[in-house]
Design a protein around this ligand. Structure first.
Ligand SMILES: NC(=O)c1ccc[n+]([C@@H]2O[C@H](COP(=O)([O-])OP(=O)(O)OC[C@H]3O[C@@H](n4cnc5c(N)ncnc54)[C@H](OP(=O)(O)O)[C@@H]3O)[C@@H](O)[C@H]2O)c1
Length: 278
């Protein structure tokens, strides 16, 4: 399963997993974009099973519905790639009252993963691969202002959400010890995708410069290499709780290793997603 499989690194990941013969489940918010990726996969790899789940990761109900649809239809899940992401220049809040970067880049993945944990454990060995970014090192988690009401900038919001994704990955790895399910995260490098083009309210001058710089960036397929490595390679078998760049485990920021912060974030996330009452 790959979230954000409609474009960029997620689409490249889905195509590559299909090339390797996996049954691929695309999680996309836009039906026509998802179906066009399915068509491309079927044209290239006619014998591969591919399916589409619709979910808007800005909505917790939509994420839960997609997880439930998966559980009704499938009995196994060997690889979950939490890749979807977005950038919001101005602070926006979802219908659930969550700051939008935190919702898409982290909390939706926290919810989806937790709803699929039992099937992942039953399918062990299984792997969870979380997309993050090197900018996480500029953030800290402030539980008094988790929704960034007092201090907001688009760059701070994405760094904050990506740090949350790393803390989540490491906490997940600790909680999954001995289950045969691993959890790792990665920074893909600077990759030429639609990410900046889609960013709402982003200054058009910077978008223009970004477009000029695209030929010098990694292709989406190159950007997906570490995802595919963590999801499929024999070398990554059993490796868990690590942060990767260019297929190598490296240190993430000091704050990302704070187990007290990770545990508190887990508890707050259970409450925000309503998982604490289930
Ligand atoms: N590109 C880079 O240099 C870079 C660097 C570091 C980290 N990353 C991370 O890599 C991941 C993939 O980004 P990308 O560069 O491949 O950009 P992209 O081409 O814009 O892909 C982002 C994907 O996330 C999906 N998405 C966004 N908001 C969503 C929502 N509310 N519900 C469901 N899906 C949603 C998008 O769907 P739509 O097609 O419908 O918009 C798209 O499939 C992100 O997490 C990003 O933060 C990228």
């Amino acid at each position: 399963m790959v979230t954000g499989a409609s474009s960029g690194i997620g689409k490249a990941t889905a195509l590559e997993l299909a090339r390797l013969g996996a049954t691929v489940i695309l999680v996309c918010r836009d039906r026509s974009k998802g179906e066009s990726v399915i068509d491309e996969i079927r044209r290239k790899y006619s014998d591969v099973n591919v399916d589409l789940l619709l979910a808007d990761l800005l909505s917790l109900d939509s994420v839960s519905a997609a997880a439930n649809q998966y559980l009704e239809k499938y009995e196994h899940l060997h690889v979950l790639v939490n890749n979807a992401g977005a950038f919001f220049m101005k602070r926006r809040v979802t219908a659930d009252g969550i700051e939008s970067s935190f919702a898409v880049n982290y909390l939706s993945h926290f919810l989806l993963t937790n709803l699929l944990l039992d099937v992942l454990k039953q399918s062990a060995p299984a792997r969870i691969v979380n997309m993050t970014g090197s900018h996480h090192s500029k953030a800290t988690i402030n539980f008094d202002d988790l929704q960034l009401e007092r201090h907001y900038s688009g760059s701070h919001a994405i760094a904050h959400s990506k740090l949350a994704e790393i803390l989540f990955t490491y906490e997940l790895a600790r909680r999954l010890e001995g289950t045969g399910v691993t959890a790792n995260c990665l920074h893909p490098g600077v990759v030429a995708t639609e990410f900046v083009d889609k960013a709402e309210d982003f200054p058009s001058a910077i978008k223009y410069i970004y477009r000029l710089a695209k030929p010098f960036m990694k292709s989406p397929l190159k950007g997906a290499e570490t995802v595919i490595y963590l999801a499929t390679s024999p070398e990554a078998e059993g490796v868990t709780g690590k942060y990767y760049v260019n297929k190598k485990a490296i240190e993430s920021s000091p704050e990302s290793y704070d187990t007290a912060v990770a545990e508190s974030l887990w508890d707050v996330s259970l409450a925000l997603t309503g998982l604490d009452t289930q």
